[in-house]
Write a protein that binds this ligand. Structure first.
Ligand code: AMP
Length: 194
């Protein structure tokens, strides 16, 4: 399966300096959502990649009920449908701790946390020696806005799926390997909420 992170796709467009990337950069810095039209266009394009013919895992998408509806259409056109929705639940104060301490390698994209998963040498990537930087939207004010946007626009997505698609809730307030194991268990067997 391929992994489709709409946030990563947008950051790639920002790095490439495309027109769409320039517009998205301002929206992301403000902690707001990029338009449903742009996001669905990106996903539609990526689903055509040969790597995605065996299926896809979406990360950070759909973020609105309209995106969820749009995804259903994109998949239906391909004779596909969604198998599973995994909600990783984390208390807001923990989300703030994780995002504000997150660092990312400018060169290879590897993620770190200054307290929970620090690099061997401060500011330097263990894997490639690249410089570690903070995402512009991991600044405190932007994090608070992103959380508000989540409550307003993204929380209803869970309600949207509750009836039709299997929703698995995972306790994300555990160490990384335990969260990963819980997700694997859910995908293998999982009792859905809806
Ligand atoms: P992420 O890497 O998933 O945390 O996304 C970073 C930022 O990219 C978000 O705060 C939004 O501004 C934008 N973004 C990513 N995915 C989406 C999406 N599915 N819909 C709208 N905006 C998105």
């Amino acid at each position: 399966m391929c992994k489709i992170s709409t946030g990563d796709l947008l950051r790639e467009a920002v790095a490439e300096g495309t027109e769409m990337g320039k517009r998205a950069e301002r929206t992301m810095k403000a902690g707001e959502l990029v338009s449903d039209e742009v996001i669905l266009g990106l996903v539609d394009e990526v689903l055509e990649r040969p790597a995605c013919t065996g299926g896809a895992v979406f990360d950070g998408f759909p973020r609105t009920v309209d995106q969820a509806r749009g995804l259903e259409e994109l998949l239906a056109r391909r004779g596909e449908s969604l198998d599973r929705v995994v909600v990783i639940e984390v208390p807001e104060d923990e989300v703030v701790r994780r995002l504000s301490g997150r660092r990312v390698c400018k060169k290879c994209g590897k993620l770190y946390h200054i307290s929970f998963d620090p690099p061997r040498q401060e500011g330097i990537c263990d894997a490639c020696g690249g410089e570690l930087v903070q995402r512009p939207d991991d600044q405190p004010e932007t994090i608070m806005r992103r959380l508000a946007v989540y409550r307003e626009e993204t929380a209803p997505v869970r309600v949207h799926y509750a009836g039709a698609t299997g929703v698995s809730a995972i306790d994300g307030d555990q160490p990384m390997d335990e969260v990963a194991a819980a997700i694997r268990r859910e995908l293998a067997t999982g009792d859905a909420e809806g």
